[in-house]
Design a binder for this molecule. Structure first.
Ligand SMILES: Cc1cc2nc3c(=O)[nH]c(=O)nc-3n(C[C@H](O)[C@H](O)[C@H](O)COP(=O)(O)OP(=O)(O)OC[C@H]3O[C@@H](n4cnc5c(N)ncnc54)[C@H](O)[C@@H]3O)c2cc1C
Length: 484
């Protein structure tokens, strides 16, 4: 094989294997490759075949396509290209290294159990082939194993985790785009796993349901930078006070970019600090700390994923295995379609369906409604979110669902059952969020918009309540009390 490689022994290239780090800036694997001075082959492997891999949902696939396309464009502008492959990564990567006579393969780490297993297999095979294999941290502020309790065990409570993370010191400064980068723009694939991006069919075609997503998002690294700048300029200053109000758009909306690594948490950490320091308003430091603590929740979720690899499928508290979940396809469908009769829940579910994203406060309300009011297993909700969210994330998604359900590590007490009417009245007091997603309530006065059943037949177009709150609350409390 090596005889046919375009690279002679004296010019062995380095492969950079892109995964959840689809960017040029603050990409430690890419920077390490650039620092070697070797030619760099940039590779992405679409692997839905390795045992146990969870295929991406529809909205995330759509995002991935745009992010990869943008990375390819950026690499081409620098004289290279992105080689896209399809297959089992632990076979494709060593084969590619052999085909190209690569000296080394570099990548940034992932933290799910399957992904770690794949990486270990790739590393072992490469080493046996005499190819250097090195991984880096490009996804987190702190490696999950670096934050430990005093007795050396993993954390189960966020506040203690975040305090310990602070004690571990300030996250490092982000790296820039490598200034000198020697990219390869050919192909050295002899095993024919290379495909065109379009062949992955990541974007929907018939039907093309992605119109709503397309009008909301600019996928990829440039979009991430623009969104960050916009957030720091317009909304960081109100983040602490307004982040819970879905109609105020005061949060960063950077979650899909973080999910696919179009931007790194280190970039966010330091850019937000620079923005707070350069502002005349000293109050901004409160916003900065609040924003950073949300990045902390992301770190905590990855800590949980690392130490609980089955977090997306198994209750972290095993007593929840005895929960008498209801199985009711019609009720689940009504929740998915935003037809529960509770405006804040329905608005959230329709925002999700249309844009691939939902505001955090509303995510908590709709998740609580599914698990507690409808007594439907959190895994059913997680599966729907996985398919419909552009930011569907292996750590944040499952950790958040378990937190809401009460089955998680740092669980909200089971008796906290969000009242969807009061949540709506508190966080969408003028009903503007609800009206945006439920046009059938456009003419309803704010005083009753979160309890439209009080208007009787005047809002016939809107669904009747699927369940009555007090009854549902009592039923949930009884079910939760039965767990020991
Ligand atoms: C049921 C449920 C499911 C969720 N599923 C996901 C998911 O699949 N992917 C995902 O990224 N987030 C998920 N979250 C967390 C949170 O809702 C989103 O991260 C947030 O709404 C994204 O909006 P933003 O970027 O404007 O957040 P900002 O408020 O601007 O926060 C900045 C970043 O911090 C991180 N973050 C914020 N809140 C949380 C949190 N509670 N847990 C973990 N990380 C957080 C995100 O990466 C976010 O982009 C879920 C929350 C709930 C309640």
């Amino acid at each position: 094989m090596a005889a046919e490689t375009p690279f002679p022994e004296s010019e062995r290239p380095v492969i950079v294997w892109f995964r959840d780090d689809i960017r040029l800036c603050d990409n430690p694997a890419l920077t390490a490759a650039a620092n070697c001075g070797h030619r760099i082959i940039c590779v992405f492997v679409h692997d839905e075949e390795s045992e146990g891999v969870r295929p991406l949902g529809g909205a995330a696939r759509w995002w991935l396509h745009g992010a990869l396309k943008e990375l390819d464009d950026a690499l081409r502008a620098l004289g290279g290209r992105l080689c896209v492959h399809k297959g089992v990564a632990s076979t494709v990567m060593p084969q590619l290294a052999a085909d190209s006579n690569a000296a080394a393969v570099y990548w940034n780490r992932r933290y799910g159990a399957v992904e770690r297993r794949v990486d270990e297999a790739v590393k072992a095979t490469l080493k046996a082939q005499g190819v250097e294999a090195e991984s880096f941290n490009g996804h987190l502020l702190y490696e999950p194993w670096s934050i430990k309790t005093k007795s050396g065990t993993p954390f189960r409570v966020f506040s203690a985790f975040w305090r310990a993370a602070h004690e571990a010191g300030e996250p490092g400064q982000p790296l820039g785009v490598p200034s000198r980068i020697n990219l390869f723009n050919g192909s050295c694939n002899q095993a024919s796993t290379e495909v065109e991006l379009i062949d992955l069919a990541l974007e929907p075609s018939s039907p093309d349901w992605a119109g709503g997503l397309r009008s909301c998002w600019r996928r990829g690294e440039a979009g991430a930078q623009a969104q960050l700048e916009f957030f720091l300029k317009e909304h960081l200053k109100e983040y602490a006070d307004l982040r819970d109000f879905p109609n105020r758009s005061a949060t960063s909306r950077l979650s899909p970019y973080l999910r696919f690594g179009n931007i790194s948490p280190r970039q966010l950490w330091h850019a937000a600090e620079a923005a707070a320091n350069s502002a005349t308003n000293p109050g901004l430091h409160r916003d900065l700390e609040k924003f950073r603590s949300e990045l902390g929740w992301r770190e905590f979720s990855y800590h949980l994923l690392y130490y609980n690899p089955q977090i997306a499928t198994q209750n972290l508290q095993s007593k929840f295995d005895a929960m008498p979940w209801r199985s009711d396809a019609d009720v689940l469908r009504a929740w998915q379609l935003g037809k529960t009769g509770y405006p804040i829940v329905d608005a959230g579910m329709r925002e999700l369906w249309t844009t691939g994203w939902m505001h955090n406060r509303v995510r908590m309300v709709v998740a609580s409604f599914l698990v507690k009011h409808l007594l439907i297993d959190w895994r059913q909700g997680e599966t729907w979110f996985w398919d419909t969210l552009v930011d569907a994330d292996p750590a944040n998604s499952a950790a958040s669902w378990q937190w809401v359900a009460g089955s998680g590590a740092d669980a909200a007490p089971y008796f906290r059952v969000f009242n969807p009417v009061l949540q709506g009245e508190k966080f969408d007091p003028d009903g503007r969020y609800v009206k945006r997603w439920l046009p059938e309530l456009a003419d309803v006065s704010p005083s009753v918009i979160h309890r439209p059943w009080q208007l009787g037949s005047k809002v016939e177009a809107y669904a009747g309540r699927i369940v009555e709150h007090d009854l549902a609350r009592r039923r949930a409390l009884d079910a939760f009390k039965g767990l020991s």
